[in-house]
Design a protein around this ligand. Structure first.
Ligand SMILES: [Zn+2]
Length: 297
């Protein structure tokens, strides 16, 4: 990750933008380890998408959601189990109905604690944010690939393709306004995060990730809310798809030419970085190269 310890991963709930009627996003301001957070209002329920990291952020997001939702029922779902997206869920326990997909819940059960420990090692500000974190299970799980929530007058579609950026990523799609929340399946102007930490975490599927992005493009979303970065349109999806396809092809070609992993890191890394001069977090390029290298042969 980065050489320097990241700053406090504070969610700024004053930075709320309404991107479609009743569809709000708490903007990440590109603060490391802060995600874009969604609040979607129906007539009878409000859906919160991700919480930020740690109990204090979770409480702040809950308060912002309650302010917008009034006395509507609150429902929480997470795009995936990673700490900066979901480790504020404890603030919602007993207050909101928490819904995950089965693969996501299983992955959280397996990796929730190790990831909490790993993130606490990422510097004092992150450790402080996570100090009071309790890992809480979902209230409801759905099996299969899709689950529709009736919010009253509008629906929210949760959809998973299984393993991609993690084992149980899901998108949230609001059909009436074509707003799409992608979690880390798509980040804007950011090198996609390949959490390739063998032997501890190897739950990535690059080929399936491409399919996810193609299927999301087929939705022709009007607004794409990435896991991190600025809200935009479908170009966010195609940029990530093109990046993953490009790095897969480059590694395949290098492997066919007999290059070692070290050669690939030395030669491909700088070329890939140079192809995206305005993208953030280039340290993730090497993780992607190592992942695709491990998938050769
Ligand atoms: Zn993630």
């Amino acid at each position: 990750m980065t050489d320097q310890a990241p700053p406090a991963p504070d969610v700024d709930t004053s930075a709320i933008r309404e991107i479609a009627k009743g569809v709000f996003v708490i903007l990440d301001h590109r603060v490391p380890l802060v995600p874009n957070i969604g609040i979607v209002l129906g007539e009878k329920a409000a859906l919160v998408i991700d919480t930020g990291m740690g109990n204090a952020n979770g409480k702040a997001v809950l308060e912002a959601a309650r302010k917008l939702a009034g006395d509507r029922e609150l429902i929480l779902t997470l795009t995936h189990f990673h700490p900066e997206h979901g480790y504020g869920a404890d603030a919602f326990k007993g207050v909101a109905r928490i819904i995950y997909n089965k693969a996501q819940a299983d992955e959280f059960a397996d990796k929730g604690q190790p990831y909490l420990d790993m993130f606490k090692g990422m510097g004092p500000a992150v450790a402080a944010a996570l100090a009071d974190t309790t890992l809480v299970p979902a209230d409801e799980l759905y099996d299969g690939t899709e689950h529709t929530i009736d919010l009253g007058g509008r629906t929210a579609v949760l959809r998973t393709w299984g393993k991609a950026h993690t084992r149980g990523d899901q998108i949230v799609y609001i059909p009436d306004c074509k707003a799409l929340f992608t979690g880390d399946l798509a980040e804007e102007k950011t090198f996609p995060i390949f959490p390739w930490f063998p032997p501890h975490d190897m739950d990535i599927d690059g080929a399936n990730w491409l399919k996810v992005l193609d299927d999301c493009l087929a939705l022709t979303p009007a607004a794409v809310v990435p896991g991190h970065g600025e809200i935009g349109d479908a170009a966010i999806l195609s940029d990530v798809r093109d990046y993953i396809a490009d790095i897969a092809a480059r590694v395949k070609q290098a492997a066919a030419g007999g290059k070692s992993e070290d050669d690939m890191l030395a030669e491909l890394g700088p070329a890939i970085k140079a192809a995206h001069p305005d993208w953030h977090f280039p340290e993730w390029i090497d993780f992607a190269i190592r992942y695709f290298h491990a998938r050769q042969g």
